[in-house]
Design a protein around this ligand. Structure first.
Ligand code: AQP
Length: 330
């Protein structure tokens, strides 16, 4: 079975964007590939985090993965926490030493996240290498992701190729990003020029999977659109409306064309109302599952199993790489 790997950083509470680009794809592929689904808690600390909130977000994230439909009873599903495996950071160091600094400062995400921020951490520059290490340790072939992380998966590819070439061997599998055809970039509802983010300062543009029904309705009804009143998918000229159609498609399974047809001739208000109804219905199911999961022992059981399994794989790979670069004794 080929391996698929992804993670969602617990830098806040998960959003419908994280669902669309990350969790949804895991659910679609979980029966096809050996799946490594982890919580990259070390990535979250590239910006300051309150320790208690971080612990909480880690557990909530795993609860939400399962509540959305990740099946922890599958033998090929491995759920784990990044910081419970010391090999991620160790391999990252080796890969950092093979990564020109300029390659990292040119990354879109770095430019976006460091904009107007003085004194950002070195981790904000180097975390894509840690992400490469997360992927390469397990020889993952497929990495489901939204569009924002595509460049980071490409870095992982480059590093794998660079290492294999320099040390003359097939040490690492070359990973491929898997980007959904629709919903690879859910936009902020208030400012559709930006992507929806869990750590956005203005939460009016973000729908969290744990939002209450009232907030979901308010956020959708208040979403920025345009004034021409025509229901049409046109991301360049109608980014707000196109975003609503995209979200509708992600949560209904209908194609954008079918949705445009369905709402043709109606006002934006009708579309918004129907989308709010749809989201409330789908998110209520997730939240209901979530309450049950959080009250059970499922999360810790799954994480304990995942830690044991993934540590063994990571150790073997790291030991090979460590010796290959010449660390330690012969
Ligand atoms: N708006 C989005 N649309 C589609 N996919 C998205 N992803 C994130 N935002 C969107 C995808 O979700 C997965 C997990 O991402 P992450 O949490 O590890 O990091 P991120 O991309 O930085 O997500 P956020 O929500 O924007 O977090 P913060 O605010 O902390 O930076 C990835 O597959 C990502 O592509």
């Amino acid at each position: 079975m080929d391996r698929l790997l992804t993670g969602l950083q617990p830098s806040g509470s998960l959003t419908i964007g994280n669902y669309s680009g990350g969790i949804r794809q895991v659910i679609d592929y979980q029966k096809t590939y050996e799946t490594f689904l982890f919580v990259p808690d070390m990535h979250a600390t590239t910006v300051p985090q309150d320790p208690e909130a971080l612990h909480k977000n880690i557990k909530n994230a795993v609860g939400l993965y399962i509540a959305c439909g990740v099946d922890v009873n599958l033998d090929n599903m491995h759920l784990y926490i990044q910081s419970e495996n010391l090999y991620h950071a160790n391999l990252s160091w080796i890969l950092e030493c093979m990564t020109p600094f300029g390659e990292l400062t040119r990354m879109h995400q770095f430019k976006e996240k460091s904009k107007n921020k003085e004194g950002f951490s070195s981790g904000l520059v180097t975390y894509p290498v840690l992400m490469a290490s997360d992927i390469l340790l397990y020889d993952a072939k497929y990495v489901p992701t939204g569009i924002d992380q595509k460049q980071h998966v490409e870095l992982a590819r480059n590093l794998a190729e660079r290492f294999n070439e320099r040390y003359k061997g097939d040490f690492f599998q070359i990973p491929e990003p898997v980007i959904p055809k629709i919903g690879a970039k859910i936009r902020d509802l208030k400012d559709p020029s930006k992507k929806m983010s869990k750590s956005a300062e203005n939460t009016k543009g973000t729908i969290f999977l744990l939002d209450c029904e009232k907030d979901i309705r308010k956020k959708i009804m208040g979403a920025t659109t345009d004034s021409d009143g025509i229901i049409k998918f046109d991301e360049e000229n109608k980014p707000g409306l196109s975003n609503l159609l995209t979200i509708y498609s992600v949560f209904s399974g209908m194609s954008v064309e079918e949705i445009v047809e369905k709402f043709q001739g109606g006002g934006y208000g009708d579309l918004k109302k129907a989308l709010a109804d749809l989201l409330c219905e789908k998110i209520a199911v997730i939240q209901d599952n979530y309450q049950k999961i959080m009250a059970s022992g499922v999360i810790d059981d799954a994480l304990d199993r995942g830690r044991e399994y993934t540590n063994a794989i990571a150790k073997e790979k790291y030991e090979l790489i460590r010796k290959t670069v010449g660390y330690g004794r012969i």
